[in-house]
Design a protein around this ligand. Structure first.
Ligand code: DOR
Length: 436
């Protein structure tokens, strides 16, 4: 007797695509391929659908505490589940920043009550908490340490080499980094005077990203610490990252693979503004080449909601960031449909990659014994992404009007069907991710 049977789907397993039924018991995958006579308390009909290991989004900003007019853990995780995401790692630039055990524990306790999906939270590195980071990264529900090398939303920043090196020497787990060079950002800020968002990639130019990433990689090599470069945006960083695989992993975001300048600023203005910026087409093409060649390890949405009113402020007073946790799956499946990446590479970037990098030993793999987390998708579905569908509290999406081919139709977390056909089911029952 199974708790749940996923019937008649095509499963993306370590053995390739397999047409088999999946039996779930006690929140885990009990069997791949079950006798037709097998009984189950609940059946999810997956005829014509593909069953993927649950999508893990390792970069989101859910704004709680302090900025809950933009989002909170409940609304952000609901948006995630509606988009087929089964777990998230959330960033520390809330108000206050997540930079102590007390603040991390608060988020974990809150998420246990309100999160629709499984979760973990990064701790932000500061000059003041360096000595504590090694202990903080081992707390329940901690995704690891996040270091902002250049300033973005919030006030977390580590921009001097001595503190950076101290942070890298502070613990053991992979450190996630926002890589832009603060000195160059400051120096070039006057470029934005009287300009529109079109100047955003010029202010925060390629050199800002490359200089910062080169410095970070040198320090990582020197200290032997594993680093993770978030939302890479330039062609020039790719060869540096490709040579640094022994000590550095990297992430790409759907928006950097889909939107490009100047088109995105013509159409969306400040609503396309994010850090690091959306750049011109040659960068998008280089990022795709790095997806194909395997340089990128994971895909992260960098879901960074701000309200319409905030985003509509005249540049550069407009805040950087856009929502994305709910649109990650349909946008990327559309790229699959259009031949830019395989479904297997999508799974690698959204499930196995995240599990491998961060040490999620029971997730990221559709295999017996693993958590029964599934993103069930209809590869043939043609639907238009609309603001109405997007449930982030911020109330907008840069992908409004995007014609998607491929859609998440069910989200299953540890055997519980949390979303089916666009409806949330049950109540928030997320649990902290467990790391090796
Ligand atoms: O555009 C961004 N927005 N980039 C970041 O690094 C932070 C994020 C936010 O929190 O708004």
């Amino acid at each position: 007797m199974f708790d749940l049977l996923l019937k008649n789907g095509t499963c993306l397993t370590p053995n390739g695509r397999v047409r088999c039924d999946v039996g779930v018991r006690d929140g885990r995958i009990e069997a791949l391929g079950v006798p037709a006579s097998a009984a189950a308390k609940d059946v999810l009909d997956c005829t014509g659908l593909h069953v993927l290991p649950g999508v893990i989004d390792t970069q989101v900003h859910f704004r709680e505490p302090g900025l809950t007019h933009k989002e909170d853990i409940g609304s952000g995780s609901a948006s995630a589940a509606l988009g087929g995401v089964t777990a998230f790692c959330e960033m520390p630039n809330t108000t206050p920043s997540t930079d102590s055990a007390e603040r991390l524990n608060w988020k974990v306790a809150r998420a246990k009550e309100t999160s629709w999906t499984d979760f973990a939270f990064y701790v932000g590195a500061t000059a003041q908490n360096v000595a504590a980071l090694g202990a903080l990264e081992r707390l329940e529900g901690c995704a690891g340490v996040k270091m902002f090398l250049g300033s973005s939303t919030g006030n977390l920043l580590v921009d001097d080499t001595v503190t950076m090196a101290a942070v890298l020497a502070s613990g053991r787990r992979r450190i996630a980094c926002h890589s832009e060079d603060e000195a160059r950002l400051k120096e070039r800020k006057p470029l934005t005077d009287g300009k529109t968002a079109h100047v955003h990639p010029e202010w925060r130019d390629e050199e800002c990203a490359v200089r910062s990433t080169a410095r970070l990689l040198d320090l990582a090599k020197l200290t032997g610490r594993q680093v993770h470069v978030l939302h890479v945006t330039t062609a020039e960083e790719i060869p540096l990252l490709a040579r640094a695989k022994a000590f550095a992993s990297c992430e790409v975001s759907p928006q950097h693979l889909t939107l490009f300048a100047p088109d995105c600023y013509d159409r969306l203005g400040t609503f396309a503004q994010m850090n690091p910026p959306i750049r011109e087409r040659r960068h998008l093409e280089a990022l795709w080449e790095a997806v194909r060649s395997g340089v990128f390890d994971v895909l992260g949405s960098d879901h960074a909601p701000h309200t319409r009113e905030e985003k509509a402020k005249p540049y550069p007073a407009s805040p950087s960031g856009m929502p994305g946790v709910q649109t990650l799956v349909p946008v990327m499946l559309t790229h699959v449909a259009q031949g830019r990446l395989s479904l297997e590479r999508f799974v690698d970037l959204t499930a196995s990659g995240a599990a491998r990098l961060f040490g999620l030993t029971t997730k990221g793999r559709l295999a017996v014994g693993f958590d029964a987390d599934f993103t069930v998708v209809d590869l043939a579905a043609k639907r238009t992404i609309t603001t109405d569908w997007s449930k982030s509290r911020c109330g907008w999406t840069p992908f409004d009007g995007f014609e998607a081919e491929g859609w998440p139709v069910a989200t299953v977390i540890r055997g519980a069907v949390v979303m089916k056909d666009g409806q949330l089911l049950g109540k928030p029952s997320g649990q902290p991710l467990r790391f090796a």
